[in-house]
Design a protein around this ligand. Sequence first.
Ligand code: HEC
Length: 196
Amino acid sequence: MMNKVMVAAGVAAFCLSCNATAQGQGAGQTVDPLAEMKEVALAMPPKMIKVLNDEIEKSGFANAISVCREKAPAMAKATSEAKNMQIRRVSLRNRSPKAVPDAWERQVLEDFDKRVEAGETPGSLEVSKEFVEEGKRVVRYMKAVPTQAECLACHGTDKHMNDEAHAKIKELYPDDKATGYRPGQIRGAITMKKSI
Ligand code: HEC
């Protein structure tokens, strides 16, 4: 049971921002945008825990895939709209074809990998930077998503992958690059953008 809860928590933490993006119009902002993004990065995962937990409990990992593919993006989209920001996930070895990093994200992810190799803790890695896009100021924020033991059923080596989930993943993602990870490696990042 504990394992299932941990798995659900882990999956929730990283599946709920499945590449949904949304951008609304800025109403008078009272909160520091960067603080708000950090808060969202921490607050969203628990919302998915119950859904995922129920699904894993009821019908196993293969069905948890659908939570990650469908329900999580819907929730991320709703949060993006409510908070007037863009949220997505990226990886240097992406599973979703939508999770390809742009130039800045790629640079950050490569830097995260180097910092982990140099001994930093993956979960602590975050970076933010201001940009001007089409004449408007935005702040971008990225937070590393570490690989944990609980991720290996769907992101590990053949030895660790759950057979049923693996078969389904291969079918759904013919160009999947997101297997073969070991705990402690960086799986990807949550990436956010907000107007300032
Ligand atoms: C039940 C299987 C499953 C488990 C367990 C799982 N994932 Fe995933 N993961 C997926 C699927 C499926 C996708 C693609 C979702 C999509 O289409 O957006 C994905 C995508 C991702 C992405 C987005 C980047 C990409 O490659 O598309 C990240 C980051 C990620 N997972 C991290 C994790 C982490 C970290 C864990 C463990 C805490 C984990 N996942 C556990 C199935 C899983």
